[in-house]
Structures are given as C-alpha cells and as structure tokens.
Design a protein around this ligand. Sequence first.
Ligand code: WTA
Length: 629
Amino acid sequence: MDDLAYRSIAAYEQAKDQASAQPEAFWEAIANQFEWHQKWDKTLEYDFHKPEVKWFFGGKLNITENCLDRHLKTQPNQTAIIFEPNDPKETAQHISYEELHSRVCRVANMLKAHGAKKGDRICLYMPMVPELAISVLACARIGAIHSVVFAGFSAAALAARINDADCAMLVTADGGFRGAKVTPLKAIADEALTHCTSIKTSIVLKRTGQEVAWNDIDVWWHEALAEVDDHCPAEIMDSEDPLFILYTSGSTGKPKGMVHTCGGYMVYTAYSFQNVFQYEKGDVYWCTADIGWITGHSYIVYGPLAVGATTVMFEGVPSYPECDRFWEVCAKHKVNQFYTAPTAIRALQKHPVDLVSKHDLSTLKVLGSVGEPINAEAWHWYDNHVGKNNCPIVDTWWQTETGGILISSLAGVTPQKPTYATLPMPGVQAVLLDNEGNELADENEGILAIKYPWPSIARTIWGDHERYKNVYFSAYPGYYFPGDGALRDAKGNYRITGRVDDVVIVSGHNLGTAPIENALNEHPNVVESAVVGFPHDVKGNALYAFVIAKNVVADHEALIAALRALVAQTIGPIAKPDRIQVVSGLPKTRSGKIMRRILRKLAAGEYDQLGDVSTLLNPEVVEEIKRNS
Ligand code: WTA
C-alpha cells in the first residue's frame, strides 16, 4: 500500500482541495489502496434526510485480509501487537503479523465450530488482553458482528446490551486484572445471562485462574482452541455489511447501538490514523484507551493494523503500581506516538513531575488527546513535561458515531493551537450553525455540524433507525448533528466548547455550563468542576456547581464567595451559580465522562430518580453528594 499520509503542508493542501472539489474521486483513490475482492459499483450514495449513507457500494472485501494477510507478504515478522500486562513483573508479549494472523484464524475456526456464522452478533466482555483484539478480528474474519462491552460494565448493563443485539454467543474470561483490582468477569456475565435467552455458547478465557461457576453453555477457550486449526479463509463481505455494534450513551437511559460497516470504516480509520499520527514504518504507537470504547476499536485495532503498524495494548491503569506507569511503559517499549485522554493527564499532573522526568521519553514524537476538550493547563503540562516542548499534540475530536477522527491537526504537518482541535480532516466538511440552522461564516461560535458524509459515519442505531434519524439528522435537516458546540477562529480552527445539550436557560439567558466550569477551574484551589441546571421558581433554572478542591478547604464560605466572584468576573453576574458544593469526586462513566444526568437529579433533589448508578466508575460519590448537599 502506498503511504496514505500527507507528509507536508503542500501535500495536505492539495488533498484538501481535491477533497472539496471532487469528494468521491478523493475517497475512491484512497479506497483503491486496499485489497478488495471486487471493486464497488458506486462510491457514494447518500441522503441525510432519510437518512441513508452507503460507501463503496457493491464492493467486496474482508477487513482482516487488509489488516493481516496483506502484511504477510511484506512484513510477516513485524510486531503487530505489543502486550503490556497489568503487572509489570509479567513478561510483555510481542505478537508478529504472522502470529496474529494465525491466532485470529484459529479463534475464527473456534467460533465457527461452536455455531457462529456470518451476521450473528457476538458479545465480547473481556479484559484488555491480546485475546480481545484477536476475538474482534476473528469475528470480522467470519463476518460475525462483534459487540464489545467494556469489562467495567455491570451485569445489568451487559444484559441490556446482549439483549438489544440479540447476541448468539458470548466470549468472556474468568476475570480481569486492572490495577490492584481483580474483576470477576465470569461471575458478572453469569448474572447477566440469567436475564438473557439468546446466548447459546459462552467461551471463557482463563486469565486470572480464579474459581468460576460452570454452566451447560460454558466452554473453556483453551479447550475449544485445541480442537481447531489455523486455516480460515476470510468470509467475503459487502462493503455495507455491518462490521460491529458499539453502544454509546444517549440522552435517554437506553444505550444506542451504533452500527459501523466494513468498507467505509476500514478506509477511514486507516486514512485518519496515518494522517493524524503521522505514523512511520517501524514506529511503536500506543493508545491507552480500552478496546471497549470506540477509540480502542479504531485506533488500537483496526486503523493501526490496516496500515501495518505496531500497536501497544495495555491491560492496566496509569496509577498502578505507581503513578508513573504510563511513562515507564513509554520508555520500556520506546513508544513514538502516545495517545491518551485529558482526564488521565489531569490526574497525573497532580503528582510530582519527577515521576515523568525520571523516565527516558526521548523516543516520543507525537502526543494525542481524545474524549473531551483539553483545558489549557493540561495541554501545557502535557506539552512541557511529556513532550518536552518537542512533540506536536494532536487534539482529536470525534465520536463513537463518527467512527474516526474528524477534526484534528496532522502531527507536525498542520499548525496546532492549544485547546483547539484545529482543522477538519481533508474530506470532512464541518460547519457552524446558529440555533435556526443557518450556516455561520468566518470567526464565529455555534453548533457544530457536518454537511457531507465521510466513509466511517455510523449507518444506523441497531434496531432503531428512527432514533438514529431523530438524534442525528432531525435537529438541523440536511446535516449530521453531533451534539457539540464549537467556536472557530479566523483561520478556520475549531475549538470544541462542549455538548450543546448542556445549555441551561437562567432568567431567559442561555448559559453554557462548559464556560462556567472553565471559569471555576481557573481558581487555584479547583481541580475540576461540573455545572448543571436545577429548577428555580423565579429564574426558571438556576445553576448548581459541584467542585473538587485541590487542597483541604478551611473556609467554605470564603471559597464559595471567591468562586462566585470569579464567574461573575469571567462571564457575568448572571452566570453565578446559586449553589456550590465542594465534593471529593464527580460521578463519572468508566470512560471518564461526567454523568450530568445524575448531577442534574442530585441538584434538583430528585434522589429517587437517579436511575442505575452501578455502571459508574465511582458510585460512592453519589452518596457523599446526597449526604452533604
Ligand atoms: C467529546 C470518543 C473536545 C465530544 C472518541 C464528543 C471531545 C464526545 C473530543 C464523543 C475532543 C471527544 N475535544 N471534545 N478532542 N473528543 N470529545 O463517543 O463531546 O465516547 O461528542 O467518542 O466526546 O464521545 P465518544
């Protein structure tokens, strides 16, 4: 495959021009660099009103041939996956492309031997071990649709996802290691399965060696694997056949099963991976996400493997055994590109910097950020202490729904700007809209929308196309609406300002909670904050701020007065929160997102309407907030 990356600003500009003048020809040229069994009849068919999107329609392929078989001809011995276990004393594994191919084929045969076939949904509830990536690829090999459920989810959340997709098979493990904790995955899965009838076989990987209960449908992974060989021709898939389902939370309690398809997803993840990270042959790339999230799907597994990269998989957490684990692993595996989340940076930034500086990070070339807006303080800490002011930072904006990165700088090629995701990728037509759906010109602030399809846009919500239409295509007809607000500078750089659904109307004024939080965060004693609206009989809504303090607060009244003054000063007196509560933590999802829905209920005193808090990272803070409110 030719190098997909634009290595110079001139090459980038040229691509950008071509992409806007002839978008179909642009994507066709990229898609042509992959291996297809049959070329597509139609590059693009779409209608955002219906909505319907098809890319490379009629084309036939298997994504695993592009991620595996293709590389056997040119680099069979290249390391595909470096596995870094939770416990640093356990030996890391280096899995070559040849070995990965063989292991994927074998697991594919194991799935088939237990009845799995093309189109079946297979749920993967596994720890961050190579067998998870292998299972993902094995499903793709046989055309089964994988639905990975993050191993931190509860039995109820797992059952809901299995039932929604009507999964026929489950692949899990006895348990999983994460920091000092051992998660009893099999026991949780057993509990989930008491609420599911569709699962016919449950394959269990032995990871921790803990005792597990055994049921009729259970099969040990190692025993099943011993029965099969590693010859498994790839199932030939249509470009628009589903590749996977991945759940994301929505504004209602029911998670949305976003459906991604084979052809477009492959093309876009490879293209964006190469360009954003400027990966070069032989580099070691590490994304710290979990494969249970879209970042892991697109930028640990599919994107990197599609271009023949070496991708690190880390089983553990940044604070185990010490708070320098990230930096230790970077030094150990001589990582060149490092991709993590702002929440991790903010947590690590609280520790002494010599935890960073004692490690040799000289191989690092590129740093990445994903998942939420990165605040200026975290950006500069990352730049100064990790990148030594020598590594471009790519702030990548995208979503589960978009499949790949849509707005980001290309490392070292296009200019970066702290706290800005910067420019849309070539081929991505981003716009800003006002509340009525009119496009805003030039330097401006508004609602972010995309007005033309890109190959990896999710095609539907599993089993609920109507909801897909309502959530993403109805608010601003003719556009894909991601639900984020943004501002744009004179050079066209985008800064994501936060979810537009977190606007609170106070006394008739629209107030974004994100800017208020930014103001609160400016206070030297504030680590993080979250602001939500709650009902107020005079103003309609008032604001409730939850703040985490850096140091012990000796005088609460003084801190609260200072914070109110700070907000008044930064935004205006109207934005002053009515209530400010100092808390030890904010209720967060496992991926580190603040659960505003829960904070809104807490702020409103509606304790009986909190819903299921068991899937939170830290359910205990909910109790604490109630106690101290
Ligand atoms: C937010 C994660 C600002 C945004 C890949 C988006 C970001 C949501 C950024 C999707 C970023 C993600 N800057 N905000 N670089 N990246 N977001 O589906 O609100 O878990 O809509 O996908 O995260 O979250 P998701």
